[in-house]
Write a protein that binds this ligand. Structure first.
Ligand SMILES: Cc1cc2nc3c(=O)[nH]c(=O)nc-3n(C[C@H](O)[C@H](O)[C@H](O)COP(=O)(O)OP(=O)(O)OC[C@H]3O[C@@H](n4cnc5c(N)ncnc54)[C@H](O)[C@@H]3O)c2cc1C
Length: 407
């Protein structure tokens, strides 16, 4: 098979991949290549035709597509080699990739690979939504692609399942094409977004139905109605489409088929505090690390990762072996990073990121070998950012696995 080489191969030309590539060039790294499967780079923001993108990182308030094209332009101007229509199909040990393009397949050998493949929403099957299988059931991402990239209106009166931030942006996407959502269905008794945003759907004329269970989609060829039940009984909403929104998962198909360790909590790669996967020739950044953060967050995370890669090229950070950092409490869903290596190399993450699986309050504690290494009060809900410092866990002589729990 045809074989090529580069210095840094970046898989995924979304926010993280482009920000990382541009920063690597700014730091003087040669041979930076971005591999993007779509015909255009830019990632998710390409089809988010709404504000506000870029406020912190570009000091501008932009719509998603303008933000994406600015990131592409910046990367191109910095000298990044962006290869579109290029899908990475396999990850091999020691930074070697298999790729496929419309012209054929080839292999790419790099010094370091960075995985930046982002997140996607859970599908209908992953959410156990029953009923018939008509046309007109889309994720928000698919809806946004149809509306903003292809100017198509797939339905007029959809029901939105979920109340995450992306579910609210589905309302805006619908309005853009004159679609009128009939309702939002939420399995819990409150919205997943922060409470101050709760009035937004009502202001747009979209009622929220809470405690909605046993959702079924009805219709032979196209969607005709949605049925669900709550404490009051069974309900039916006439609709011609369904938007299944949120419950993000890392886009980790490549990972699962590879030699790299996967973390069951995030569904993404298991990384150390430098962002390295279990094969240290692979770094990871952006939303692949965990579901899900904003574009701005991923941009900053990627810029920090670029610094770590430069550091590693100049003076290797060391082997991948380290102490495991894990969540052992059912109230905790995941922690990133999942491994702490012994290294004095600068640039390590200062904090771990955690998420809760249910609303909880108590002392978030890092424990090892029966001792408490760090503890602080936390009161939070799922989908909110929770942080804890890594420094107190990196004491000399610390060799036992570190377990995170809420006491
Ligand atoms: C539907 C949806 C709506 C969202 N809306 C918002 C929003 O309004 N505001 C906000 O701040 N954030 C939003 N997000 C979060 C979004 O993940 C971040 O904004 C940001 O795009 C994350 O950057 P990233 O580089 O990690 O991933 P992405 O931007 O998703 O980029 C990943 C890239 O990797 C490419 N890729 C994946 N696999 C391969 C492969 N095997 N080979 C080659 N290329 C590959 C993809 O094509 C994609 O371009 C949304 C996410 C989704 C899924």
């Amino acid at each position: 098979m045809n074989s090529q080489s580069c210095n840094i191969a970046i898989v995924g030309g979304g926010t993280a991949g482009l920000a990382l590539a541009t920063e690597l060039k700014r730091l003087g790294v040669e041979g930076v290549t971005v591999l993007e499967r779509e015909p255009e780079a830019g990632g998710v923001p390409r089809h988010c035709g709404h504000y506000p993108f870029g406020v912190r990182e570009l000091k501008r308030v932009l719509k998603g597509p303008d933000y994406a094209s600015r990131l592409v332009k910046n990367a191109g101007a910095a000298g990044v080699d962006i290869r579109t229509d290029t899908t990475v199909t396999q990850l091999h040990p020691n930074a070697r990739l298999s790729l496929t393009t419309p012209e054929g397949s080839y292999e790419l050998q790099a010094q370091r690979v960075v995985l930046c493949t982002g997140v996607r929403e859970s599908s209908r099957a992953q959410r156990f939504i029953g009923g018939q299988r008509p046309m007109g059931v889309l994720t928000t991402g698919a809806l946004q692609s149809m509306v903003y990239l292809n100017q198509k209106r797939p339905f007029r009166r959809p029901v939105i399942i979920g109340t995450e931030l992306v579910s609210f942006s589905a309302i805006m996407t619908c309005r853009h094409m004159g679609m009128r959502p009939q309702a939002m269905l939420e399995a819990n008794d409150r919205v997943t977004v922060r409470q101050f945003m709760r009035p937004f759907p009502a202001l747009r004329g979209v009622p929220i139905r809470f405690n909605a269970r046993n959702i079924r989609i009805l219709g032979d060829k196209t969607v005709e109605a949605i049925e669900y039940s709550d404490a009051a009984g069974q309900h039916r909403i006439e609709a011609d489409g369904v938007i299944i929104s949120g419950r993000f998962r890392p886009e980790a198909a490549l990972l699962h088929a590879s030699h790299l360790a996967v973390d069951p909590g995030t569904g993404g790669p298991s990384i150390d505090q430098y962002g390295r996967a279990s094969d240290p020739s692979y770094f990871c950044t952006g939303n692949l690390l965990r579901p899900a953060e904003t574009s701005s967050w991923c941009w900053h995370e990627a810029v920090e990762t670029a610094g770590r890669i430069v550091q590693d090229l100049a003076s290797p950070i060391g082997g991948p072996e380290g102490i495991s950092l894990r969540v052992v409490d059912p109230a905790l869903r995941f922690v990133v990073p999942q491994r702490l290596v012994k290294s004095d190399a600068p640039g390590a993450m200062a904090h771990m990121q955690l998420r809760l699986s249910r609303p909880a309050s108590g002392y978030l504690s890092a424990m090892a070998g029966g001792k408490t290494l760090w503890s602080d009060f936390v009161q939070s809900r799922p989908e909110r950012r929770v942080f804890a410092p890594l420094k107190p866990l990196l004491k000399p002589g610390q060799t036992s696995a570190i377990e995170m729990r809420i006491l």
